[in-house]
Design a protein around this ligand. Sequence first.
Ligand SMILES: [Zn+2]
Length: 223
Amino acid sequence: MVQVAALLQKHPDLEIASETDNEIVITGWIQIARIFNDFPIVKNVQLEITIPIAQDCFPYVKDTGGHIDTKYPHRYLSGRLCLATEIDLRLHFLDGFDLLQWMDDFVEPYYYSHDYYQRFDCYPFGDRQHDHLGAIQSYCDWFATSKMDTVTSILLQIEANNHYRGHHLCFCGSGKKMRDCHGQQILYFYQYPQLRSQLISDLNNLRKELQELDNERNRSSSK
Ligand SMILES: [Zn+2]
């Protein structure tokens, strides 16, 4: 894989630990060197990068050097790092995945943010919730709204409509024509099938979550 070769060349302390038909696992050290608001961080971190061979999956990272506090919210119990939501990654790599860019735009900033957070108790590049809530936040950012019902309305209508029609009313409920409102942001979900399927999968997860909450509520009220 060409991209792996480029990665190993850029980070000489990384090496291929194993390679199967499904994934390539890379282990070793990378250097983080970043500065934000006059706060520089230069350090080496030990990690494990798993790169799935399947076209449609993003790589993931495990902290193997104990650099990330186990209580840090953006670290899963497995040690896997919560780099970004799926939809953020898909929006970022619309025209194809790039491993080096992913390292630059997600992995290194992740380590930087962690250390910044430990020092200042706030995030340098903004915070994101996990899982479903995180996904909703990503959509709020993309559609430039903080209103939950606006974003839900847009998502549900993208799911329900198979074609983009710019002269129809915008899904956000503004009463304007789509093309004069959220048209550009909505159009992406029709131009890039991977975005629309991610959106549908996020909605399904959200429904499942709500259903479980509902079931719990029913169980506790019938007691
Ligand atoms: Zn709109």
